[in-house]
Design a protein around this ligand. Structure first.
Ligand code: ZN
Length: 451
Protein backbone atom coordinates (compact mmCIF):
# COMPACT_ATOMS: atom_id res chain seq x y z
CA UNK A 1 0.00 0.00 0.00
CA UNK A 2 1.51 3.33 -1.11
CA UNK A 3 -0.24 6.44 0.23
CA UNK A 4 0.55 9.93 -1.08
CA UNK A 5 -0.54 12.89 1.08
CA UNK A 6 -0.22 16.22 -0.75
CA UNK A 7 -0.86 19.98 -0.46
CA UNK A 8 -0.47 19.98 3.33
CA UNK A 9 1.45 22.09 5.79
CA UNK A 10 3.92 19.70 7.42
CA UNK A 11 5.76 19.96 10.74
CA UNK A 12 8.35 17.18 10.67
CA UNK A 13 9.84 17.77 14.16
CA UNK A 14 13.12 16.40 12.80
CA UNK A 15 15.48 18.69 14.72
CA UNK A 16 16.57 19.69 18.20
CA UNK A 17 14.42 22.81 18.01
CA UNK A 18 11.27 22.95 15.87
CA UNK A 19 12.62 21.01 12.90
CA UNK A 20 11.94 21.33 9.17
CA UNK A 21 8.52 22.63 8.12
CA UNK A 22 6.83 22.81 4.72
CA UNK A 23 3.97 25.11 3.75
CA UNK A 24 2.49 23.02 0.90
CA UNK A 25 4.26 19.70 0.90
CA UNK A 26 3.89 15.95 0.57
CA UNK A 27 4.44 12.81 2.59
CA UNK A 28 4.71 9.44 0.85
CA UNK A 29 4.00 6.30 2.87
CA UNK A 30 5.12 2.94 1.55
CA UNK A 31 3.85 -0.03 3.54
CA UNK A 32 4.53 0.71 7.21
CA UNK A 33 7.28 3.32 6.67
CA UNK A 34 7.70 6.90 5.44
CA UNK A 35 9.28 6.90 1.98
CA UNK A 36 9.57 10.65 1.34
CA UNK A 37 8.68 14.08 2.71
CA UNK A 38 9.22 17.49 1.14
CA UNK A 39 7.86 20.72 -0.34
CA UNK A 40 5.55 20.68 -3.38
CA UNK A 41 4.03 17.65 -5.10
CA UNK A 42 5.37 14.15 -4.63
CA UNK A 43 7.50 12.90 -7.51
CA UNK A 44 5.62 10.58 -9.80
CA UNK A 45 5.03 7.00 -8.83
CA UNK A 46 2.14 4.65 -8.30
CA UNK A 47 -0.25 5.47 -5.47
CA UNK A 48 -2.90 3.17 -4.04
CA UNK A 49 -4.37 6.19 -2.35
CA UNK A 50 -3.96 9.94 -2.81
CA UNK A 51 -5.03 12.33 -0.05
CA UNK A 52 -5.50 15.98 -1.03
CA UNK A 53 -4.73 17.52 2.35
CA UNK A 54 -5.31 21.16 1.39
CA UNK A 55 -6.02 23.14 4.57
CA UNK A 56 -4.48 20.42 6.78
CA UNK A 57 -1.37 20.16 8.97
CA UNK A 58 0.54 16.87 9.06
CA UNK A 59 2.46 16.11 12.26
CA UNK A 60 4.08 12.98 13.64
CA UNK A 61 1.59 10.88 15.62
CA UNK A 62 1.68 11.87 19.28
CA UNK A 63 3.41 9.69 21.88
CA UNK A 64 1.76 9.32 25.28
CA UNK A 65 4.39 8.46 27.89
CA UNK A 66 2.26 7.75 30.98
CA UNK A 67 -1.24 6.40 31.51
CA UNK A 68 -3.31 3.97 33.58
CA UNK A 69 -5.93 2.78 31.13
CA UNK A 70 -7.91 0.74 33.70
CA UNK A 71 -8.75 4.06 35.41
CA UNK A 72 -11.15 4.94 32.58
CA UNK A 73 -13.70 2.92 34.58
CA UNK A 74 -13.13 5.10 37.69
CA UNK A 75 -13.43 8.68 36.49
CA UNK A 76 -14.94 11.40 38.66
CA UNK A 77 -13.85 10.17 42.10
CA UNK A 78 -11.97 12.27 44.69
CA UNK A 79 -12.52 15.37 42.63
CA UNK A 80 -10.99 17.75 45.19
CA UNK A 81 -8.25 15.62 46.73
CA UNK A 82 -4.48 15.59 47.07
CA UNK A 83 -2.68 12.61 45.54
CA UNK A 84 -2.59 10.62 48.79
CA UNK A 85 -6.27 11.40 49.65
CA UNK A 86 -7.27 10.47 46.11
CA UNK A 87 -5.33 7.18 46.22
CA UNK A 88 -6.84 6.20 49.58
CA UNK A 89 -10.34 6.78 48.14
CA UNK A 90 -9.64 4.89 44.92
CA UNK A 91 -7.60 1.83 46.03
CA UNK A 92 -10.74 0.00 47.32
CA UNK A 93 -12.55 0.75 44.04
CA UNK A 94 -9.62 -0.48 41.95
CA UNK A 95 -9.58 -3.69 44.02
CA UNK A 96 -12.72 -4.66 42.08
CA UNK A 97 -11.27 -4.56 38.55
CA UNK A 98 -11.18 -7.69 36.44
CA UNK A 99 -10.12 -8.50 32.89
CA UNK A 100 -13.48 -7.56 31.36
CA UNK A 101 -13.69 -4.18 33.12
CA UNK A 102 -10.03 -3.48 32.29
CA UNK A 103 -10.57 -4.33 28.63
CA UNK A 104 -13.59 -2.02 28.35
CA UNK A 105 -11.66 0.79 30.06
CA UNK A 106 -8.58 0.28 27.87
CA UNK A 107 -10.60 0.27 24.63
CA UNK A 108 -12.28 3.51 25.70
CA UNK A 109 -9.03 5.14 26.80
CA UNK A 110 -7.08 4.14 23.69
CA UNK A 111 -9.94 5.28 21.46
CA UNK A 112 -9.87 8.68 23.13
CA UNK A 113 -6.09 8.84 22.68
CA UNK A 114 -6.32 7.96 18.98
CA UNK A 115 -9.05 10.56 18.46
CA UNK A 116 -6.66 13.15 19.89
CA UNK A 117 -3.69 12.30 17.66
CA UNK A 118 -1.94 9.61 19.69
CA UNK A 119 -0.31 6.71 17.83
CA UNK A 120 1.84 5.28 20.66
CA UNK A 121 0.68 4.92 24.26
CA UNK A 122 2.54 3.87 27.37
CA UNK A 123 0.31 2.29 30.00
CA UNK A 124 1.30 1.64 33.61
CA UNK A 125 -0.78 -1.15 35.14
CA UNK A 126 -0.09 -1.96 38.80
CA UNK A 127 -3.35 -3.38 40.25
CA UNK A 128 -3.69 -7.17 40.01
CA UNK A 129 -6.67 -8.41 42.07
CA UNK A 130 -6.30 -12.14 42.88
CA UNK A 131 -9.65 -13.04 41.29
CA UNK A 132 -9.41 -10.48 38.46
CA UNK A 133 -8.17 -12.79 35.70
CA UNK A 134 -5.65 -11.61 33.11
CA UNK A 135 -5.97 -7.82 33.47
CA UNK A 136 -2.60 -7.20 31.80
CA UNK A 137 -3.48 -9.30 28.76
CA UNK A 138 -6.82 -7.47 28.57
CA UNK A 139 -4.96 -4.18 28.01
CA UNK A 140 -2.70 -5.65 25.34
CA UNK A 141 -5.77 -7.07 23.55
CA UNK A 142 -7.43 -3.63 23.65
CA UNK A 143 -4.41 -1.98 22.00
CA UNK A 144 -4.39 -4.61 19.26
CA UNK A 145 -8.07 -3.96 18.61
CA UNK A 146 -7.78 -0.15 18.58
CA UNK A 147 -4.59 -0.32 16.48
CA UNK A 148 -2.20 1.95 18.40
CA UNK A 149 1.28 1.01 19.61
CA UNK A 150 1.38 0.03 23.29
CA UNK A 151 4.27 0.28 25.74
CA UNK A 152 2.75 -1.78 28.52
CA UNK A 153 4.59 -1.08 31.76
CA UNK A 154 3.99 -4.08 34.04
CA UNK A 155 3.52 -2.36 37.38
CA UNK A 156 3.48 -3.82 40.87
CA UNK A 157 2.98 -3.00 44.54
CA UNK A 158 4.34 -5.20 47.39
CA UNK A 159 4.13 -2.80 50.36
CA UNK A 160 0.67 -2.64 51.87
CA UNK A 161 -0.46 -0.76 54.97
CA UNK A 162 0.90 -3.40 57.36
CA UNK A 163 4.41 -2.72 55.98
CA UNK A 164 4.15 1.08 56.09
CA UNK A 165 2.84 1.47 52.54
CA UNK A 166 -0.17 3.48 51.41
CA UNK A 167 -2.29 0.80 49.63
CA UNK A 168 -4.47 -1.68 51.55
CA UNK A 169 -2.90 -5.13 51.96
CA UNK A 170 -5.53 -6.86 49.81
CA UNK A 171 -4.38 -5.24 46.55
CA UNK A 172 -0.62 -5.79 46.83
CA UNK A 173 1.38 -8.73 45.50
CA UNK A 174 4.29 -10.53 47.16
CA UNK A 175 7.73 -9.36 46.02
CA UNK A 176 8.46 -12.68 44.31
CA UNK A 177 4.99 -12.80 42.77
CA UNK A 178 5.40 -9.32 41.32
CA UNK A 179 8.80 -10.15 39.82
CA UNK A 180 7.58 -13.45 38.37
CA UNK A 181 4.51 -11.79 36.85
CA UNK A 182 6.69 -9.06 35.33
CA UNK A 183 9.18 -11.53 33.83
CA UNK A 184 6.29 -13.51 32.35
CA UNK A 185 4.82 -10.35 30.75
CA UNK A 186 8.16 -9.53 29.11
CA UNK A 187 8.61 -13.08 27.80
CA UNK A 188 5.04 -13.22 26.49
CA UNK A 189 4.62 -9.84 24.82
CA UNK A 190 7.84 -7.83 24.35
CA UNK A 191 8.75 -7.16 20.73
CA UNK A 192 12.09 -5.39 20.16
CA UNK A 193 11.69 -5.00 16.38
CA UNK A 194 11.57 -1.43 14.92
CA UNK A 195 7.92 -1.83 13.87
CA UNK A 196 6.88 -3.27 17.27
CA UNK A 197 3.23 -2.70 18.22
CA UNK A 198 3.77 -3.98 21.79
CA UNK A 199 6.73 -3.46 24.09
CA UNK A 200 6.94 -4.17 27.81
CA UNK A 201 8.61 -2.15 30.57
CA UNK A 202 9.30 -3.10 34.20
CA UNK A 203 7.41 -0.69 36.46
CA UNK A 204 7.04 -0.96 40.26
CA UNK A 205 4.42 1.66 41.18
CA UNK A 206 6.04 4.26 43.48
CA UNK A 207 8.36 4.58 46.49
CA UNK A 208 5.39 4.64 48.90
CA UNK A 209 3.84 1.38 47.65
CA UNK A 210 6.92 -0.72 46.83
CA UNK A 211 9.76 -2.27 48.88
CA UNK A 212 13.45 -1.51 48.30
CA UNK A 213 13.96 -5.15 47.37
CA UNK A 214 11.36 -4.96 44.62
CA UNK A 215 12.88 -1.73 43.24
CA UNK A 216 16.40 -3.24 43.15
CA UNK A 217 15.32 -6.60 41.74
CA UNK A 218 13.07 -4.91 39.17
CA UNK A 219 16.07 -2.91 37.90
CA UNK A 220 18.11 -6.13 37.64
CA UNK A 221 15.26 -7.90 35.84
CA UNK A 222 14.80 -5.08 33.30
CA UNK A 223 18.53 -4.92 32.52
CA UNK A 224 18.74 -8.69 32.26
CA UNK A 225 15.83 -8.73 29.77
CA UNK A 226 16.90 -5.58 27.89
CA UNK A 227 13.68 -3.64 28.55
CA UNK A 228 13.01 -0.20 30.05
CA UNK A 229 12.21 0.86 33.62
CA UNK A 230 9.35 3.11 34.69
CA UNK A 231 7.87 4.35 37.98
CA UNK A 232 6.19 7.38 39.59
CA UNK A 233 8.70 9.73 41.21
CA UNK A 234 8.74 13.15 42.89
CA UNK A 235 5.07 13.81 42.20
CA UNK A 236 4.13 15.61 45.43
CA UNK A 237 5.69 17.25 48.49
CA UNK A 238 3.84 14.64 50.63
CA UNK A 239 5.88 11.97 48.86
CA UNK A 240 9.10 13.91 49.46
CA UNK A 241 8.31 14.36 53.17
CA UNK A 242 7.56 10.67 53.57
CA UNK A 243 10.75 9.72 51.73
CA UNK A 244 12.88 12.06 53.90
CA UNK A 245 11.31 10.68 57.09
CA UNK A 246 11.65 7.05 56.07
CA UNK A 247 14.90 6.95 54.08
CA UNK A 248 16.63 10.21 55.04
CA UNK A 249 16.89 11.27 51.40
CA UNK A 250 14.79 12.74 48.59
CA UNK A 251 12.97 10.54 46.05
CA UNK A 252 15.64 11.36 43.41
CA UNK A 253 18.44 10.36 45.80
CA UNK A 254 16.56 7.17 46.65
CA UNK A 255 16.21 6.33 42.96
CA UNK A 256 19.97 6.89 42.50
CA UNK A 257 20.73 4.65 45.48
CA UNK A 258 18.52 1.85 44.10
CA UNK A 259 20.12 1.86 40.63
CA UNK A 260 17.18 3.67 39.07
CA UNK A 261 18.91 6.41 37.07
CA UNK A 262 19.97 5.81 33.46
CA UNK A 263 19.01 6.19 29.84
CA UNK A 264 16.77 3.11 30.13
CA UNK A 265 14.58 4.76 32.82
CA UNK A 266 11.70 7.24 32.58
CA UNK A 267 9.78 8.62 35.56
CA UNK A 268 6.18 9.79 35.67
CA UNK A 269 5.73 13.42 36.86
CA UNK A 270 9.21 14.34 38.16
CA UNK A 271 7.96 17.61 39.68
CA UNK A 272 9.87 18.18 42.90
CA UNK A 273 13.51 17.98 41.81
CA UNK A 274 16.36 20.10 43.24
CA UNK A 275 19.00 21.66 40.96
CA UNK A 276 21.32 18.76 41.81
CA UNK A 277 18.64 16.21 40.93
CA UNK A 278 17.92 17.90 37.58
CA UNK A 279 21.65 17.84 36.78
CA UNK A 280 21.94 14.16 37.78
CA UNK A 281 18.89 13.14 35.70
CA UNK A 282 20.29 15.04 32.74
CA UNK A 283 23.77 13.54 32.89
CA UNK A 284 22.38 10.02 33.24
CA UNK A 285 19.83 10.53 30.42
CA UNK A 286 16.91 9.64 32.71
CA UNK A 287 13.55 10.57 31.17
CA UNK A 288 10.44 12.28 32.56
CA UNK A 289 6.79 11.92 31.53
CA UNK A 290 5.28 15.37 32.11
CA UNK A 291 1.53 15.15 32.91
CA UNK A 292 0.33 18.77 33.29
CA UNK A 293 -3.45 18.20 33.47
CA UNK A 294 -3.15 15.49 36.12
CA UNK A 295 -0.71 17.68 38.07
CA UNK A 296 -3.25 20.52 37.87
CA UNK A 297 -6.19 18.37 38.96
CA UNK A 298 -4.31 17.07 42.01
CA UNK A 299 -2.57 20.41 42.68
CA UNK A 300 0.80 18.64 42.68
CA UNK A 301 3.03 21.43 41.31
CA UNK A 302 4.94 22.47 38.17
CA UNK A 303 7.51 20.14 36.58
CA UNK A 304 10.81 21.80 35.61
CA UNK A 305 10.46 20.82 31.97
CA UNK A 306 12.78 23.41 30.44
CA UNK A 307 15.51 22.79 33.05
CA UNK A 308 15.27 19.04 32.53
CA UNK A 309 15.46 19.28 28.74
CA UNK A 310 18.44 21.65 28.94
CA UNK A 311 20.18 19.29 31.37
CA UNK A 312 19.87 16.46 28.81
CA UNK A 313 16.87 14.57 30.12
CA UNK A 314 14.35 13.22 27.56
CA UNK A 315 10.94 14.71 28.42
CA UNK A 316 7.62 13.65 26.89
CA UNK A 317 3.96 14.27 27.65
CA UNK A 318 1.49 12.00 29.42
CA UNK A 319 -2.22 12.22 30.12
CA UNK A 320 -1.84 10.06 33.28
CA UNK A 321 -4.78 7.88 34.29
CA UNK A 322 -8.27 9.14 33.54
CA UNK A 323 -9.13 9.08 37.26
CA UNK A 324 -6.92 12.19 37.59
CA UNK A 325 -7.56 13.50 34.06
CA UNK A 326 -11.15 12.87 33.00
CA UNK A 327 -10.48 14.38 29.55
CA UNK A 328 -8.01 11.60 28.78
CA UNK A 329 -7.00 13.19 25.45
CA UNK A 330 -3.40 13.85 24.49
CA UNK A 331 -4.01 16.85 22.19
CA UNK A 332 -4.86 19.24 25.02
CA UNK A 333 -1.68 18.33 26.91
CA UNK A 334 0.43 20.24 24.36
CA UNK A 335 -1.27 23.49 25.32
CA UNK A 336 -1.35 22.59 28.99
CA UNK A 337 2.41 21.98 28.95
CA UNK A 338 3.11 25.34 27.31
CA UNK A 339 0.75 27.27 29.59
CA UNK A 340 2.02 25.53 32.75
CA UNK A 341 5.60 26.45 31.79
CA UNK A 342 4.57 30.07 31.18
CA UNK A 343 2.64 30.35 34.44
CA UNK A 344 5.74 29.13 36.22
CA UNK A 345 8.53 30.90 34.30
CA UNK A 346 6.93 33.53 32.05
CA UNK A 347 5.85 33.64 28.39
CA UNK A 348 9.36 33.28 26.92
CA UNK A 349 9.87 29.92 28.59
CA UNK A 350 7.86 27.80 26.12
CA UNK A 351 6.52 28.05 22.55
CA UNK A 352 3.77 26.24 20.65
CA UNK A 353 6.54 24.31 18.89
CA UNK A 354 7.96 23.23 22.24
CA UNK A 355 4.55 21.67 22.98
CA UNK A 356 4.60 19.78 19.69
CA UNK A 357 8.21 18.69 20.27
CA UNK A 358 7.41 17.25 23.71
CA UNK A 359 4.38 15.37 22.36
CA UNK A 360 6.31 13.75 19.50
CA UNK A 361 10.09 13.24 19.46
CA UNK A 362 10.38 14.06 23.18
CA UNK A 363 8.00 11.22 23.99
CA UNK A 364 9.72 8.87 21.55
CA UNK A 365 13.01 9.51 23.37
CA UNK A 366 11.42 8.71 26.73
CA UNK A 367 10.38 5.33 25.33
CA UNK A 368 13.74 4.69 23.63
CA UNK A 369 12.18 4.84 20.15
CA UNK A 370 13.59 8.06 18.67
CA UNK A 371 15.08 6.05 15.79
CA UNK A 372 11.68 4.62 14.85
CA UNK A 373 8.89 7.10 15.63
CA UNK A 374 8.32 10.72 16.79
CA UNK A 375 9.28 12.64 13.62
CA UNK A 376 8.47 12.62 9.91
CA UNK A 377 11.63 11.33 8.24
CA UNK A 378 12.18 8.75 5.50
CA UNK A 379 12.67 5.27 6.94
CA UNK A 380 10.72 5.93 10.13
CA UNK A 381 7.42 4.26 10.93
CA UNK A 382 4.45 5.88 9.16
CA UNK A 383 2.73 7.19 12.31
CA UNK A 384 1.07 10.38 11.09
CA UNK A 385 -1.71 12.74 12.15
CA UNK A 386 -3.42 14.83 9.45
CA UNK A 387 -5.24 17.68 11.22
CA UNK A 388 -8.00 19.73 9.57
CA UNK A 389 -7.37 23.44 10.09
CA UNK A 390 -9.91 24.55 7.48
CA UNK A 391 -12.92 24.87 9.80
CA UNK A 392 -14.25 27.94 11.61
CA UNK A 393 -12.29 27.02 14.76
CA UNK A 394 -8.96 27.87 13.13
CA UNK A 395 -9.96 30.31 10.42
CA UNK A 396 -7.47 33.16 10.15
CA UNK A 397 -4.63 31.72 12.24
CA UNK A 398 -1.71 31.94 9.82
CA UNK A 399 0.71 29.66 11.68
CA UNK A 400 -0.59 26.06 11.55
CA UNK A 401 1.42 24.90 14.59
CA UNK A 402 0.04 27.78 16.67
CA UNK A 403 -3.47 26.85 15.42
CA UNK A 404 -2.97 23.22 16.49
CA UNK A 405 -1.47 23.90 19.91
CA UNK A 406 -3.29 27.07 21.02
CA UNK A 407 -6.59 26.61 19.18
CA UNK A 408 -9.34 24.07 19.78
CA UNK A 409 -8.12 20.54 19.07
CA UNK A 410 -8.86 20.12 15.33
CA UNK A 411 -10.72 17.21 13.76
CA UNK A 412 -8.47 14.50 12.33
CA UNK A 413 -8.67 14.01 8.60
CA UNK A 414 -6.57 10.87 9.01
CA UNK A 415 -4.51 9.07 11.64
CA UNK A 416 -2.07 6.42 10.45
CA UNK A 417 -0.24 3.92 12.67
CA UNK A 418 2.44 2.05 10.73
CA UNK A 419 0.61 3.10 7.56
CA UNK A 420 -2.73 1.68 8.75
CA UNK A 421 -5.70 4.07 9.10
CA UNK A 422 -7.06 4.20 12.66
CA UNK A 423 -9.07 7.44 12.30
CA UNK A 424 -10.69 8.65 9.05
CA UNK A 425 -12.64 11.91 8.79
CA UNK A 426 -12.69 12.20 12.60
CA UNK A 427 -14.24 8.75 13.10
CA UNK A 428 -12.63 5.58 14.41
CA UNK A 429 -12.02 2.94 11.75
CA UNK A 430 -11.11 0.12 14.10
CA UNK A 431 -13.74 0.19 16.86
CA UNK A 432 -17.40 1.19 17.14
CA UNK A 433 -17.41 4.16 19.51
CA UNK A 434 -21.05 3.73 20.56
CA UNK A 435 -20.41 0.09 21.53
CA UNK A 436 -17.26 1.13 23.42
CA UNK A 437 -19.26 3.73 25.37
CA UNK A 438 -21.91 1.15 26.37
CA UNK A 439 -19.21 -1.28 27.55
CA UNK A 440 -17.45 1.46 29.52
CA UNK A 441 -20.66 2.66 31.19
CA UNK A 442 -21.49 -0.92 32.22
CA UNK A 443 -17.96 -1.51 33.55
CA UNK A 444 -17.96 1.74 35.57
CA UNK A 445 -21.36 0.97 37.10
CA UNK A 446 -20.43 -2.61 38.02
CA UNK A 447 -17.19 -1.45 39.58
CA UNK A 448 -18.98 1.20 41.64
CA UNK A 449 -21.51 -1.39 42.85
CA UNK A 450 -18.71 -3.76 43.99
CA UNK A 451 -17.40 -1.34 46.63
ZN1 ZN B 1 0.35 7.84 37.10
Amino acid sequence: MRIVIENAAIATVDGEEAGTEYTAGHVVVNGNVIEAVGEGKASDGPADRRVDATGCLVTPGFVNTHHHLYQWATRGYGQQSTLFEWLVELYPVWAGIDERITNAAAVAGLTRLARTGCTTAADHHYVFPRDGGDVFGATVEAARRVGVRLHAARGSMDRGESHGGLPPDNIVETTDGALAGTAEAVDRYHDSSPEAMVRIAVAPCSPFSVSDDLMREAANLARDKGVRLHTHLAETLDEERQCLAEYGCTPAELADRLGWLGDDVWFAHGIHFSDDAVKRLGETGTGVAHCPTSNGRLGSGFARVRDLVHAGSPVGLGVDGAASNEDGGLGVELRQAVYFARQNKGPHSASARDGLWLATIGGARCLGREGEIGSIEPGKQADLAVWRLDTLDHAGIADPVVALVFGALPPLRLLLVGGNPVVEEDRMVTVDEADAAVALRTASRQLAEKR
